[in-house]
Design a protein around this ligand. Structure first.
Ligand SMILES: NC(=O)c1ccc[n+]([C@@H]2O[C@H](COP(=O)([O-])OP(=O)(O)OC[C@H]3O[C@@H](n4cnc5c(N)ncnc54)[C@H](OP(=O)(O)O)[C@@H]3O)[C@@H](O)[C@H]2O)c1
Length: 329
């Protein structure tokens, strides 16, 4: 049997991805084979597919860090044929070895988790790393005592997959959310429809360039780093909390010391790269009935065809998409 996969190659110092045909014998080792139904498209997946940066090592390899589908071969007693499973997170799948962008994938069963019976596999992948990382950030605001009555919460990179889920979850918990975006003209309606109370442009986060600007944000969820993160810190209120997990606007940033020493602002880093079997309480709270369950999954996430994945990744890298695409195989 032949099936389609996207594979990333290193050729003359350039990274190039191609749609190829493989057989089951070509797949990476493992004790379960999954027939893919859905795979997520994260920012880092788009970087991998387009050859920007070095997301994936040990080339040639298949990119994509999240998949859900049906078990079609298993020598692992935890999984039987026909089980619906998902593989998400960790530092191996789609990063150091073959990942999700293939009609069939083979993995060690210890990386997979059953998709709960009351959950659509699309929803599991649609939430995936994006919603889980945002849920960790929202939980951090809760743990550090940021309450709705303390004031507005800024979410940067508003139309992105992770940020869209952060807006949705925060609004569901009663926070007043301000979304910043580079697409204010075209996407304000979308951002309000998923829970934003107000939409501002990327350059409107702080009033100016002073070390300390007007105190605006009780909390911040930052998906982009770089200059917007600096502006957010300089305009965060006394004892406010800034949770940062992204690098779309820059892998480094510089800022003044004053938000920390004069306003006791906290900067908290968030890492969501945990395999589903280790995600614990926060992942459980995102399932049906939980306080971190997003209300707008089907507005934020949508399917694209496998054949359109490369073109979609090109657009995503140019910041030309909104929400979260999910490949339907
Ligand atoms: N730490 C972790 O565990 C973890 C987990 C998941 C994601 N991440 C990171 O979080 C970020 C978002 O991931 P994602 O998958 O949600 O990506 P995404 O869907 O592509 O969203 C990124 C958003 O950032 C904004 N943006 C893009 N380029 C920008 C630029 N040059 N300057 C300012 N804003 C820009 C855009 O929103 P607007 O046009 O609305 O401004 C874009 O939609 C990525 O950096 C990703 O690597 C980290």
């Amino acid at each position: 049997m032949k099936f389609k996969s996207i594979k990333l190659y290193e050729e003359n110092g350039q990274r190039v991805s191609r749609m190829i045909e493989q057989t089951l014998d070509d797949l990476a080792p493992g004790d379960i084979v999954i027939q893919s139904q859905y795979a997520a498209v994260n920012y880092k997946d788009a970087r991998a597919v387009t050859g920007v940066g070095k997301v994936l090592s040990n080339l040639p390899a298949v990119p994509g860090v999240e998949v859900a589908g049906l078990v079609v071969e298993s020598s692992n007693p935890q999984f039987k044929l026909g089980d619906v499973v998902t593989v998400q997170g960790g530092r191996e799948f789609g990063m150091r070895r073959d990942g999700a962008y293939s009609e069939y994938v083979r993995v060690p069963g210890s990386w997979a988790a059953h998709v709960p019976e009351d959950t659509d596999p699309f929803e599991s992948v649609a939430m995936g790393l994006a919603a889980y990382t945002s849920a960790l950030a929202v939980d951090e605001l809760l743990l550090r005592g940021v309450k709705p009555e303390h004031g507005q919460i800024l979410v940067t990179g508003g139309t992105g997959g992770s940020s869209s889920f952060a807006i949705d979850m925060l609004a569901g918990l009663g926070y007043q959310v301000v979304a910043s975006t580079g697409k204010k003209e075209t996407e304000s309606e979308y951002l309000k429809s998923i829970g934003a109370a107000e939409v501002i442009g990327r350059d409107e986060i702080a009033g100016g360039d002073k070390f300390l600007e007007e105190q605006r944000w009780a909390g911040v969820i930052d998906a982009v780093g770089g200059k917007p993160l600096d502006a957010a810190l300089r305009s965060t209120k006394q004892r406010g909390v800034v949770c940062a997990f992204g690098n779309a606007a820059g892998e480094t940033f510089s800022t003044a010391i004053y938000p920390f020493i004069l306003r006791a602002v906290s900067l908290v880093g968030i890492n969501g790269n945990h395999p589903v079997p280790t995600r614990g309480a926060v992942w459980q709270r995102m399932q049906k009935g939980g306080d971190l369950r997003p209300s707008h999954i089907h507005q934020i996430a949508y399917t694209i065809a496998f054949d359109h994945l490369k073109a979609h990744c090109d657009k995503l890298i140019q910041s030309g998409v909104r929400g979260r695409a999910v490949v339907q195989f």
